[in-house]
Write a protein that binds this ligand. Structure first.
Ligand SMILES: [Zn+2]
Length: 250
């Protein structure tokens, strides 16, 4: 009788031990996988807005949700001083290159526009990125200045005090830094900065991390001609994609 009890106790202990070992093994495999899934998604959604459109829309809209201050729905943009290229055309060409580059790297891309003949306000553009629940919203522009000697690229995001989406500041600022660095690295263009401002409707209406990319000055003859070349446009798009990779730590 005693002998039997001992044997059965031994069996129970063995069974419990085996179950525990199996549970530990399963946990060791599953837990890191679950943690990883939270940190890295299978695909990131990037919304791309090619700034402006063929015809400006000077109707007014609030600069942010519930704002009294109004701004043009879509302003005219600048023009290449040497090439005569309208900014909306350049923006779309680079936006389409960025779309191709990002899709080849596994991103899901939402395009605000794929033609120049549209009428979409800046607030509506931000709503499109919001509705897509984009992980990042990139608004592509080129700059203009009354001073034709001014050159260089910059990215723009909100300030941390932005009353509409200041809580997105940290992510947007990181996005602005990453994309700017990506473009500087690939083009070797040393003149650059991040500008923090709460004056941009398309940023204020956004509920996802958002930046404006100012690729260079179309009012500077050399930079205008540079941005008119296929090679430099490719570099700009690749640089932005590199920046997004580093933002998502891919
Ligand atoms: Zn612009």
């Amino acid at each position: 009788m005693e002998e039997k009890q001992k044997k059965s106790n031994g069996k129970t202990i063995l069974c419990v031990a085996v179950v525990l070992i199996l549970l530990a093994a399963v946990a060791a495999i599953l837990v890191p996988k679950l943690l990883n899934k939270e940190e890295q998604k299978d695909t990131y959604v990037v919304a791309i807005d090619a700034g402006h459109q063929a015809h400006a829309n000077h109707d007014q809209e609030p600069v942010g949700p519930g704002a009294d201050k109004m701004k043009d729905k879509v302003s005219s943009g600048t023009t290449g001083v040497s090439t005569g290229t309208p900014e909306y055309e350049l923006n779309l060409i680079v936006a389409l290159k960025l779309q191709k580059e990002l899709e080849s790297r596994g991103y899901t891309v939402i395009m605000v526009r794929t033609t120049n003949d549209v009428d979409i306000s800046n607030a509506e553009r931000a709503e499109m990125a919001n509705n897509a629940n984009a992980d990042a919203f990139i608004r592509i522009h080129a700059d203009g200045s009354e001073d034709s000697t001014v050159t260089g690229m910059m990215t723009i995001c909100q300030t941390k005090k932005n009353k509409y989406n200041g809580k997105l500041y940290k992510k947007s600022r990181a996005l602005a830094d990453c994309v700017l660095n990506g473009m500087v690295d690939i083009t070797g263009n040393p003149k650059s900065k991040v500008w923090e401002t709460d004056t941009m409707s398309g940023i204020n209406w956004a509920k996802v991390p958002t930046i404006i990319v100012e690729m260079g000055y179309m009012t500077n003859p050399e930079e205008d001609e540079l941005m008119a070349t296929e090679e430099y446009r490719d570099k700009l798009a690749k640089g932005m994609a590199d920046g997004l990779d580093s933002f998502f730590k891919k």
